[in-house]
Design a protein around this ligand. Structure first.
Ligand code: ZN
Length: 125
């Protein structure tokens, strides 16, 4: 379990499996539209400081075979993050403040939008 999620679980005083299943919030997913990543390493660290649960590739056993020696997948440390207990609109506002980009960026014509946001649950993939 992610450290931040474990702390949140502790605060709420519920079993981890309950929290995993029931904590709703907003997911952010990043696409390398145009052939490059739109968030820098610093952006992911900044999102984590803002309360986002970043799904670091290095922490996911399923991703291990696909990562380089530095825990990167195609150069990225992560492509997904979850903000617990927050609506999509609020999450987008927070994200834009933290990374200083527009969530509406169009990306390139063949790859589509680089930034996706959607409501979901903490451990949803
Ligand atoms: Zn493209």
């Amino acid at each position: 379990m992610n450290k931040q999620l474990a702390l949140l679980n502790n605060e709420l005083g519920v079993a981890p499996e309950v929290l995993d299943a029931e904590v709703s919030g907003t997911w952010y997913s990043s696409n390398n539209s145009g052939g490059g990543w739109w968030l820098r390493d610093e952006d992911w660290y900044a999102l984590e400081r803002d309360g986002w649960i970043v799904k670091w590739f290095k922490d996911d056993p399923d991703e291990k075979p696909y990562l380089d020696a530095n825990g990167r997948w195609l150069g990225a440390l992560a492509t997904r993050a979850f903000l617990p207990g927050v609506s999509e609109r609020e999450a987008i506002d927070r994200w834009e403040d933290v990374v200083n980009q527009s969530a509406d960026a169009e990306g390139c014509y063949c790859c589509g939008s680089p930034h996706y946001f959607y409501q979901g649950f903490a451990e949803e993939r």
